[in-house]
Design a binder for this molecule. Structure first.
Ligand code: C5P
Length: 201
């Protein structure tokens, strides 16, 4: 029997870390759906039509090593406003979510559009300043030359595009458990998320 944990929230709120920890804890498979949009964004930067790129999505592309750059993140949020791109990615995400053995699926519209029937929905958030500071340390730690002000501007631009688009805008599902990680350590945030899942098992 499938058991789906949908985890949504804005960039750098801690979704990825929480999703990996929750999937490890329960022994569930994990899909980071942001990577699907990043692949399409990267292929658009390569000169491909984004809708064609989404229709021809190849799981091997999920291993491309440029997917975590700020440039690809912006391209991902641009292709993510295109209804036909989103539609092309639905079946893959739903099939993954319902696989036997359980799945953690994280993104922006998992609890609202992809898996409205998910057994557990979490909405992970934090202030834009806290998220930008985390992302800044992550990017500079990997050798990127970027300022905190630039990262904050990127985070705000992406939030604005993700929350105000017509297609599947980022928002908490009505029955989502909200976790604000602004003043939580990773350990505390993970513990809150696991407790929220346990409460619904
Ligand atoms: O989560 P990540 O930062 O990798 O997502 C990159 C972009 O992909 C987001 O800014 C968002 O525009 C888009 N996205 C989406 N729906 C999802 C996951 C990601 O629109 N389920």
């Amino acid at each position: 029997m499938g058991f789906t944990i949908a985890i949504d929230g804005p960039a750098a709120a801690g979704k990825g870390t929480i999703s990996r920890a929750v999937s490890d804890h329960f022994g569930f498979a994990h899909l980071d759906t942001g990577l699907l949009y990043r692949v399409v964004g990267a292929r658009m930067l390569d000169g491909e039509d984004p809708v064609q790129a989404a229709l021809a999505l190849d799981v091997a592309d999920l291993g491309r090593d440029d997917l975590r750059t700020a440039e690809v993140a912006q391209a991902a949020s641009k292709v993510a406003v295109i209804a036909d791109v989103r539609a092309a990615l639905v079946d893959f995400q739903r099939a993954f979510a319902r696989r036997s053995g359980g799945a953690v699926v994280d993104g922006r519209d998992i609890g609202t559009v992809i898996c409205p029937e998910a057994e557990v929905k979490l909405y992970v958030t934090a202030s834009a300043e806290v998220r930008a500071t985390r992302r800044f340390h992550e990017l500079t730690g990997k050798g990127s030359v970027i300022t905190l002000a630039e990262v904050l501007e990127d985070v705000r631009a992406r939030d604005d595009r993700d929350m105000n688009r017509t297609e599947a805008p980022l928002r908490p599902a009505d029955d989502a458990v909200e976790i604000d990680t602004s003043s939580l350590s990773i350990k505390e945030a993970v513990a809150v998320a696991i407790a929220a899942v346990e409460a619904r098992r």
